[in-house]
Design a protein around this ligand. Structure first.
Ligand code: SAM
Length: 183
C-alpha cells in the first residue's frame, strides 16, 4: 500500500464517524479514471475539504502535474495541506484559501482538468468564471450530479445542451458524477 492509499483509507475511516462529504471510493475511481486518461498538467479543484479528492487525483499524475485547489475554510485547508504532504504524491498541490467565486477570476493558468465539488448551487457560476481558462479537450468532473441535480440544474442544462461540452452522467448508487469534455 502506498502512502497515498494509506491516507485515503484513513480519511475514508474518519468519514464513517464524522460528517465528511468526501467524493469517496466509487465516485473517486471514476474521477481518477477521467483525469488519468488525458494526462493533465494543470488541474483545478473547487472544494478541497481535507484533501481527499486532491490526493485521489494527484496520486495518478506525475511530478510535472500541478493541482490548484480552492477551499474557503482555513482550518480544512490546513488539514488538507497536512494530508497532501503525508500522502507523498508526485504532483504538486497548491491550496488556495478563499471563496472560489473570488479566486477563480484571479487564476492565470489554462486548465486541462477540473473537479467541481463545492457549493452545489454555485457550480454554474464556477464554470462560467473559469470557462476562458479551459481548452478543447479539458475534462470537467462535477460531483453530486445525482443527489443534488436539482440544485445544479443550470449547470447540468449548460454542459448537456449548450453544445460547448460533450457530457455524460455516471450513476453511483443514488448519486453520480457528471463528466463533461470541452469542445
Ligand atoms: C463536498 S466538500 C469537498 C470534498 C472534497 N472535494 C473531497 O472529495 O475530498 C465541499 C467543500 O467546498 C468548500 N466550499 C463550499 N463553497 C465554497 C466556495 N464558494 N469556495 C471555496 N470553497 C467552498 C466547503 O468548505 C467544503 O470544504
Amino acid at each position: 500500500m502506498t502512502k497515498a492509499d494509506e491516507i485515503l483509507k484513513e480519511i475514508e475511516e474518519l468519514a464513517k464517524t464524522e460528517f465528511l462529504p468526501i467524493v469517496g471510493l466509487r465516485k473517486g475511481k471514476i474521477l481518477a479514471e477521467a483525469v488519468k486518461k488525458i494526462n493533465p498538467k494543470k488541474i483545478l479543484e473547487v472544494g478541497t475539504l481535507i484533501g481527499y479528492s486532491a490526493i485521489v487525483i494527484g496520486k495518478e499524475l506525475g511530478a510535472d502535474a500541478e493541482i490548484t485547489t480552492i477551499e474557503m475554510h482555513a482550518k480544512e485547508a490546513e488539514l488538507a495541506e497536512e494530508n497532501i504532504l503525508r500522502a507523498e504524491i508526485p504532483s504538486k498541490v497548491r491550496v488556495i484559501v478563499g471563496n472560489a467565486l473570488a479566486v477563480i477570476p484571479t487564476l492565470n493558468d489554462c486548465f486541462d482538468a477540473v473537479f467541481i465539488d463545492a457549493e452545489k448551487t454555485e457550480y454554474f457560476e464556477y464554470l462560467k468564471l473559469m470557462e476562458d481558462k479551459l481548452h478543447k479537450g479539458t475534462v470537467v468532473v462535477a460531483d453530486n450530479a445525482g443527489i443534488f441535480a436539482d440544485r445544479m440544474r443550470d449547470y447540468l442544462e449548460y454542459v448537456r445542451n449548450s453544445g460547448k461540452f460533450i457530457s455524460t452522467f455516471f450513476q453511483v448508487g443514488n448519486d453520480g458524477v457528471e463528466v463533461s469534455i470541452k469542445q
